[in-house]
Write a protein that binds this ligand. Structure first.
Ligand SMILES: Nc1ncnc2c1ncn2[C@@H]1O[C@H](COP(=O)(O)OP(=O)(O)OP(=O)(O)O)[C@@H](O)[C@H]1O
Length: 283
């Protein structure tokens, strides 16, 4: 359910990269209370740039302007870098696409998750390890003790993303931005990782901004769907069936519907095929 209290307010957000004539994000406005909003659009539509602008994680080549950009009452564009560091990973977390690039390859998993607890909760080393173990258990990692001693290259992509989710949700952030959190994973584990993320943010009462190119998946998890095209919002929906914009309809048509697979064999001329079957003569 979407709560009326706004946690994130974005008004007229523009992002321009140096040496680019086009705005990567142009005049975007959206608000998020306690609920789940999906940002969808094809590659290059500005979804990730929007997510990173909110986290203030864009490179110096990006110019970001907005008439309002607030998170939990904090005016993000005028926060110092120190203030932003205190917010990031603590009250607002970003889960990225590929755990291989988010996890430090030379540190054991347990230490990486525990460090989040030391940094954001001010815990001692041993208390942080206990909290890390608890959190790894919460993301349903079996054999937590062994995984804590493992290095990122020793675990699967799906488990790596569970570890990232554990680290990013450990401080129970108010806002979680998940940028294509499963697209780098094996298809067989995508559904369960998303279910897990959904379950945890719901249990913790965190707000979720889910960035994806898969409009059907987003519709199945989110209360609201925001469709972006060339840096702009072209449509906002509560249900896919409300879609009217041709671009949104194109996105829906481009995504196969796993719940309604085609069972009947498509035959160009079914009447002729059926008649041949009945008479028993070869086609
Ligand atoms: N660091 C950067 N420097 C220059 N241009 C950038 C940078 N990051 C993104 N862009 C440009 O901004 C536009 C929006 O890109 P963005 O990555 O936000 O789109 P997206 O919808 O997230 O795409 P994808 O699904 O492929 O991640 C694109 O034209 C892209 O080339």
């Amino acid at each position: 359910m979407t709560d009326t209290k706004e946690i994130l307010t974005v008004q007229n957000l523009d992002v321009t990269f140096a040496r680019s004539a086009m705005k990567a994000v142009a005049g975007v406005s959206l608000s998020l209370g306690q609920g789940k909003v999906g940002i969808v659009g094809e590659s290059g539509s500005g979804k990730s740039t929007l997510g990173r602008a909110i986290m203030r994680l864009l490179p110096p080549s990006a110019t970001v302007t907005a008439s309002k950009l607030t998170f939990d009452g904090n005016p993000l564009l005028s926060q110092s870098e120190r203030e932003m560091r205190a917010l990031r990973g603590n009250r607002m977390s970003l889960i990225m696409q590929d755990p291989r690039y988010s996890l430090n390859p030379v540190l054991p998993i347990g230490r990486q998750v525990a460090e989040t607890a030391i940094l954001h909760k001010g815990l001692s080393k041993s208390a942080a390890r206990a909290v890390a173990a608890e959190m790894l258990d919460r993301v349903r990692i079996k054999d937590v003790a062994r995984v804590m001693e493992s290095y990122p290259h020793q675990i699967s992509g799906g488990m790596g993303q569970r570890v990232m989710i554990a680290a990013m949700l450990l401080s129970r952030p108010r806002l979680v931005i998940a940028d294509e959190p499963t697209s780098a994973l094996d298809v067989s584990v995508r559904g369960e990782v998303l279910e897990l993320l959904n379950e945890l943010v719901t249990a913790d009462g965190s707000s979720l901004l889910l960035i994806s190119h898969d409009i059907r998946m987003v519709a199945s998890f989110c209360d609201r769907i925001v469709v972006m095209y060339k840096g702009r919002i072209v449509e906002e929906l509560s249900r896919l069936s409300d879609a009217r914009h041709p671009y949104t309809l194109g996105l829906i048509a481009a995504m196969p519907d796993a719940r309604h697979p085609v069972h009947r064999l498509r035959v160009p001329d079914r009447a002729t095929f059926d008649a041949t079957e009945r008479s028993g003569s070869p086609a």
